[in-house]
Write a protein that binds this ligand. Structure first.
Ligand code: ZN
Ligand code: FE
Length: 259
C-alpha cells in the first residue's frame, strides 16, 4: 500500500492510499477536495472511498467536491457523527472494532473520543511481521502532542491515547497537522531532562528550517518523547505535581492550551 501525503491549508496533511492492483484510491480526511482531485487526475485514479476521522471542516471540507466527481464513492466516519449528520455525504457509520477491507488491506477502527465525541482512527496492522503498521489518527494524537479537548474531557482523551499507546513501537503515525515543532518546544519546557526529546527537538528544528514534513512519526519515539503519552512517567509527574494519570494529563493539556 502506498501512502501519499498532500499538504493543504496552513498546516494540514491529507492522505491518499493506493495499491498497484487497484484503480480506486482512498482519501483520508480530504479537507480540501481540489488538492485530492488534482492528485487523482494526474495519476489517472478514481476514488473508491473517503475515510473521515472526525467532522471538522479541515477534515471533511472536500467531501462534496469529491462526491460530485465520484458519486459512487463510499464515505466512512463514526456512527456518532452519522447520527448527528455532521459529515457531508456520509454513507457508513463505524464503531469501535469495525474493520474495513479495501484492495486486500484491512483497517481496524478505534473509537477515540476527546478532541470530538465522534473521533475515530484507522489502524492498518502490518502486512507482514517485518513491516510497520500505519495509523491515521486525525487530530487525536499529534507528533509530540495531542488534539485539544473541544468536546471531551481529559479522562476521555487520556484513555483514547492509552489505547493508541498500546500499538507497536514500529507503527507509523500519520496525524493531520504539522504541529510538531511547537509541540516539542512545549514538551521541552515540561520534560527538560529527556535526552530523546532534546535530540528530537533539534532534528525537527532542522527539518522545519528546510520546510520538510515531520509526518509520519514513529509511535515508539512518541512513547519516549510525547508528554501526552507519558502521564505515568515519574519525572513528568514530579514536574506537574500530580500522580493520578487523569490529573497529570489534564494539567498538561491545560498548560499546552495556554502555550
Ligand atoms: Zn479537528
Ligand atoms: Fe484538524
Amino acid at each position: 500500500m502506498e501512502i501519499i501525503r498532500l499538504p493543504a491549508f496552513n498546516d494540514n496533511y491529507l492522505f491518499v492510499l493506493r495499491r498497484e492492483s487497484c484503480q480506486g484510491a482512498i482519501a483520508i480526511d480530504p479537507g480540501d477536495g481540489q488538492v485530492i482531485l488534482d492528485y487523482l487526475r494526474r495519476q489517472h485514479l478514481s476514488l473508491e472511498a473517503i475515510y473521515i476521522t472526525h467532522h471538522h471542516p479541515d477534515h471533511v471540507g472536500g467531501n462534496r467536491l469529491l462526491l460530485s466527481q465520484f458519486p459512487d464513492a463510499a464515505v466512512y466516519g463514526s456512527v456518532h457523527d452519522l447520527s448527528k449528520g455532521r459529515i457531508p455525504g456520509q454513507t457508513h457509520g463505524l464503531k469501535d472494532g469495525d474493520r474495513l477491507t479495501i484492495c486486500g488491506r484491512t483497517a481496524e477502527v478505534l473509537f477515540v473520543p476527546g478532541h470530538t465525541q465522534g473521533h475515530i482512527v484507522y489502524y492498518f496492522p502490518p502486512a507482514s511481521p517485518d513491516l510497520p503498521g500505519e495509523l491515521f489518527c486525525g487530530d487525536t494524537l499529534f507528533a509530540g502532542g495531542c488534539g485539544r479537548l473541544l468536546e471531551g474531557n481529559p479522562q476521555q482523551l487520556r484513555r483514547s491515547l492509552q489505547r493508541l499507546r498500546e500499538l507497536p513501537d514500529t507503527t507509523h503515525v500519520w496525524c493531520a497537522h504539522e504541529y510538531t515543532l511547537k509541540n516539542l518546544h512545549f514538551a521541552l519546557g515540561i520534560d527538560p531532562e529527556n535526552i530523546a526529546l532534546q535530540q528530537r527537538f533539534e532534528r525537527v528544528k532542522r527539518q522545519r528550517e528546510q520546510a520538510q514534513p515531520t509526518i509520519p512519526s514513529l509511535l515508539g519515539l512518541e512513547k519516549q518523547t510525547n508528554p501526552f503519552l507519558r502521564w505515568d512517567d515519574p519525572e513528568l509527574q514530579k514536574q506537574l505535581q500530580h500522580h493520578e494519570p487523569d490529573r497529570v494529563f489534564a494539567r498538561l493539556r491545560g498548560k499546552r492550551d495556554l502555550f
